[in-house]
Design a protein around this ligand. Structure first.
Ligand code: AMP
Length: 216
């Protein structure tokens, strides 16, 4: 089962991708997470990614395409994957088709999480994750049950993304509108696109996605 989750920053792609991982044994492939790992490693790629991400812009297609192709070829991706944050441009969508063809694989569905842009700023500016296990939280919508302690792993350190601020979000949304939204018709024309209401509560969004998968 190979899926794409599509939607602007803050739409809930990461949350839903993690749930699909545990429910279906597929692997979440987040290009944003891969780039953040590169930034943390201090590599040349990481140094470039840091600047681009803090400006809310997109990394060059060729770099991202190489990164995702290497990842799709790894053993844990054989059972299936959920792409979260890729493709983000038409060139990436075309390259994905080519590489899936070469690997004899195909997409089951492209699920678009539809959201009201006005809500994104509040969603994004309040979010943080456990530094140890990556579980996601929110200042207003999902605080840990015990203040300062991760519900999932008991970790006590939390991190916030540098690009989760109002100014960078504006640039990220602009990049989404100009470069990513145009790939929606590409998938609609091939009968792969399914839209869910990303404004619903996370459990409800999960139910909508599961219903799509059950009939795909
Ligand atoms: P995300 O975690 O998906 O919100 O990605 C964070 C940032 O990483 C984005 O704002 C981009 O700067 C960069 N990035 C992630 N995925 C891609 C991609 N597929 N193409 C280009 N840049 C990307």
């Amino acid at each position: 089962m190979n899926l794409i989750l599509l939607g602007p920053p803050g739409a809930g792609k990461g949350t839903q991708a993690k749930r699909l991982e545990s429910a279906h044994g597929v692997v979440q492939l987040s290009t944003g997470d891969m780039l953040r790992a590169a930034v943390a490693s201090g590599s040349a790629l990481g140094q470039q990614a840091k600047k681009v991400m803090e400006a809310g812009q997109l990394m060059p297609d060729d770099i991202i395409i190489r990164m995702i192709e290497a990842r799709i070829g790894e053993p844990d991706a054989k059972r299936g994957f959920v792409l979260d944050g890729f493709p983000r441009t038409e060139a990436q969508a075309v390259a994905l088709d080519e590489m899936l063809g070469r690997h004899g694989r195909s997409l089951l569905a492209v699920i678009e999480l539809g959201v009201d842009e006005a809500a994104l700023i509040e969603r994004i500016s309040g979010r943080f994750t456990c530094a140890k296990c990556g579980a996601g939280y929110h200042d207003k919508f999902q605080r840990p049950q015990r203040e300062g302690v991760c519900d999932k792993c008991g970790g006590t350190e939390f991190v916030r993304r540098k690009d989760d601020n109002a100014e960078t979000l504006r640039a990220r949304l602009e990049a989404y509108r100009a470069q990513t939204a145009p790939i929606i018709p590409y998938y609609r024309n091939r009968g792969l696109l399914q839209r869910v209401d990303g404004m619903a509560a996370p459990d409800d969004v999960t139910r909508q996605i599961e219903a799509i998968l059950a009939s795909a």
